[in-house]
Design a protein around this ligand. Structure first.
Ligand code: BG6
Length: 472
């Protein structure tokens, strides 16, 4: 049976007039409504600086859902949802506005004690103001409020630590949910569940059996309207810091006995803190798609990378000397996220023979393939065994990434959220890469739209006698 929320709640979206809210959050709320996941009483409150009337905001909300679902929108459901949508305009820096906001919530909810979930969909510069004002205007520390903070958490290790200590002055660790939407993808969640339930995979995913691991996250879209944000981060911070390193952790972590958040986060952290990045120009390839700098607001000499490939190792006995290659980029030939695990060959196998591969496709297809080789005089086969069913959610009532995560917050669970320690370890790796890039020690390779990225990426696996395994 599908989980439905029974207790009333308030869901505040800070940054409600921004892109993330319109593209992801409002359509997700609609999908939750469509699936009857909401209780009778709930309040969705948009908070942003833009001066808007409630009906203007409802219109924006409605349009964002209609834009996403087109003709398939269930108007009855959408209209019913809209009745639960409210708007409050305020300055993030003004404590008076947060006092007024508290009174607004009390009035709207008729002063009932209701769980409050605050979702941050704001640029990092205003983040602290909201946390402080929200913290200082609470009636009591016991107020049930949960903060959902989307990655990137900070912009480097130092700022992430500062931010964490800042948030800790006002809220307890239990009230803070650090979100990476990749952990909300059921295909990504399946990595752990498949590994936990199938001995066959645990044997294959043992470091001593593996020749190399390749993690690819290609996107066909460019930076779009998010250029302001992207210019400050670049692909390494935007994609590798959390999404790719989380996938890496899920693939290589030890499987804990208990499937609770603490155990899983502890094991992922063990991997992330063991990453050994020989971070230099031999092990990192950065790229930028052609005409990126033609965008309005971008300097002609910008060195922001839109493609990155990295060669890493894990400083752990089982994984000693197993190279791990990560690559990700925008404006490439297709949208495709997948993991290729190449198993070692027998010492007597000839060089030209293909290795066994375990391939986990995460999106848009969500399948597992295992390649088998059968070559002798009479048989010349290299076959692929492929799961016919999707490894992602396939039951009725599948939810988008943010939907599964929002329900988890409401349940008070955090299995698919990040721990602060994981974030810090990931930044430790990423800081090494970005500091080299800031010192201009890394070449920026230009690449064509619709290509597979800069050719220089091939030098990374080639160092170890391997090559990227491309799936189309
Ligand atoms: C976001 C990044 O976290 O993930 C974007 O900020 C990127 O730049 C997006 O496009 C990719 O997510 P998905 O779910 O489309 O693979």
């Amino acid at each position: 049976m599908l989980f439905s929320i029974t207790n009333p709640f308030v869901f505040t979206v800070f940054g409600a007039s921004g892109d993330l809210a319109k593209l992801k959050i409002f359509p997700t709320l609609y999908e939750l409504m469509l699936q009857n996941r909401f209780p009778k009483e709930f309040y969705i409150v948009g908070f942003s600086r833009t001066k808007l009337t409630q009906s203007a905001f409802r219109k924006i909300f409605k349009e964002s859902v209609e834009k996403k679902f087109g003709k398939d929108v269930n108007t009855k459901v959408l209209n019913a949802l809209i009745k639960h949508v409210y708007y409050f305009s305020g300055q993030y820096t003004q404590i008076e506005d947060f006092i007024a906001f508290r009174l607004f919530l009390e009035k709207t909810t008729k002063k009932r004690k209701i769980e409050h979930i605050a979702y941050f969909s704001v640029p990092p510069v205003v983040f602290k103001d909201i946390v402080r004002n929200l913290g200082e205007t609470r009636r009591s520390k016991k107020d049930d409020i949960r903060l959902i903070i989307e990655k990137p958490f900070g912009e480097d290790k130092k700022s992430a630590e500062e931010l964490y200590h800042f948030v800790s002055q006002y809220f307890t660790e239990k009230q803070v949910y650090l979100l990476d939407h990749y952990l909300g993808k059921t295909s990504v969640q399946s990595i752990l569940h498949l590994r936990r339930s199938n001995r066959i995979l645990s044997h294959m995913l043992h470091g001593s059996e593996i020749a190399n691991i390749q993690i690819t996250a290609f996107e066909d879209i460019g930076v779009g309207d998010r250029i302001g944000y992207f210019e400050q981060v670049g692909t390494v911070r935007d994609m590798i810091q959390s999404h790719l390193l989380q996938i890496l952790a899920l693939i290589t972590m030890n499987i804990p006995n208990h499937l609770d958040a603490e155990s899983v986060q502890r094991e992922k952290h063990a991997v992330l803190s063991a990453i050994d990045c020989p971070c230099d120009s031999e092990n990192i390839v950065l790229g930028q798609y052609k005409h990126y700098s033609d965008k309005k607001g971008v300097s002609k000499t910008t060195r922001t990378e839109t493609f990155a490939a990295v060669r890493l190792f894990l400083d752990q006995e089982d994984w000693y000397k197993v190279p791990i290659y990560l690559r990700t980029g925008k404006k490439l030939h297709e949208k495709h996220t997948y993991v290729v695990v190449e198993l070692k060959k027998f010492p007597f196998q000839p060089k030209h023979e293909e290795p066994n591969r375990l391939i986990i496709e995460l999106q848009p297809d969500e399948r597992i393939h295992i390649t088998l080789v059968n070559l002798h005089e009479d048989v010349q086969q290299q076959q692929e065994i492929t799961t016919t069913d999707s490894i992602a959610c396939s039951i009725e009532g599948c939810l988008p990434d943010h939907g599964t995560l929002l329900l988890e917050v409401i349940k008070g669970e955090r299995l698919h959220f990040l721990s602060f320690h994981e974030i810090i370890s990931a930044w430790t790796v990423v800081d090494q890469i970005t500091s080299l890039s800031q010192k201009n020690k890394l070449r920026l390779h230009r690449y064509e739209h619709g290509s597979m990225g800069p050719k220089a990426q091939h030098t990374l696996p080639k160092k170890d006698g391997f090559s990227w395994y491309d799936i189309h």
